[in-house]
Design a protein around this ligand. Structure first.
Ligand code: 5RP
Length: 249
């Protein structure tokens, strides 16, 4: 699936698309700056939520270096991919049966608006990511500058659904003016989340009221979770060419 950063990196002046000048190398640099900055919020002894995605992966690698230098932390991974990365980085892992609250979660996002409403789930980990964020005293989102938007909705909203009823749920979503697309993997078969569900990537157009849409989706039977994160992020750390900017909600 096309992520924001890829579309920007591949933009050209041909066909009326403006070249933003942002390259994949720039974006990687921005991700690294954001990831490094976020670690300034980590303290010895903390229980962390460990995010998913490429920006969070950089953060996990950097966190692993701190652990090897003597930092004591433990973390709950938000996906199986992050679990593997954290294990490789020597980070002590905790299960949901071992925590009731987390000190801090550091995670990525697909879009973030000025109120720090987010679209997440581009990597398919939205269910655990939302649970982990909801258990956290503080949530820090790390992102490259392409993720900052005025209004959410250019990135299709991931909606995680029970597999056996995905077609009627897709129809319900169409009636909410969405254009849902079943996420598939390279073989053309449905993408299956860590929890065994399917994802409908839903183009809603500009989302004028994220909280209202979140409430509507929460009320749809068969929707396990959706990627609208409203009121969950406390800080957004955005990488830019020259440094990382911290934005508070
Ligand atoms: C995964 C997510 C990721 O945090 C989101 O897709 C951002 O990923 P990346 O840092 O690779 O752009 O929500 O479910």
């Amino acid at each position: 699936m096309l992520k924001n950063n890829e579309s920007v990196a591949s933009s050209t002046e041909q066909g009326g698309i403006v070249n933003t000048g942002t390259t994949a190398v720039d974006i990687e640099h921005e991700k690294r700056l954001a990831a490094a900055k976020s670690l300034e919020f980590v303290r010895d002894g903390m229980c962390l939520g460990l995010g998913s995605g490429s920006t969070a992966a950089i953060m996990l690698q950097m966190l692993g270096e701190r652990v090897r230098d003597g930092l004591h932390i433990a973390g709950v991974p938000t996906s199986e991919a992050s679990r593997r990365l954290a294990e490789q980085s020597g980070i002590t892992l905790l299960g949901f049966d071992q925590v009731t609250e987390l000190d801090l979660t550091i995670d990525g996002a697909d879009e973030a608006d000025a109120e720090l409403n987010l679209i997440k789930g581009g990597g398919g980990a939205l269910l655990r990511e939302k649970i982990v964020a909801s258990l956290s005293r503080r949530v820090v989102i790390i992102a490259d500058s392409t993720k900052q938007v005025e209004r959410l909705g250019a990135f299709p909203l991931p909606v995680e659904v029970v597999p056996f009823a995905w077609q009627p749920i897709a129809e319900r979503l169409r009636r909410l003016n969405a254009v849902p697309r079943l996420r598939t993997n390279e073989a053309g078969t449905p993408f299956v989340t860590d929890e065994g569900n399917y994802i409908l990537d839903c183009q809603f157009g500009t989302i004028e009221d994220p909280a209202e849409l979140a409430g509507t989706l929460n009320g749809l039977p068969g929707v396990v979770e959706h990627g609208l994160f409203v009121g969950l992020a406390d800080l957004l750390v955005v990488g830019h060419a020259t440094g990382a900017q911290v934005i508070e909600r």
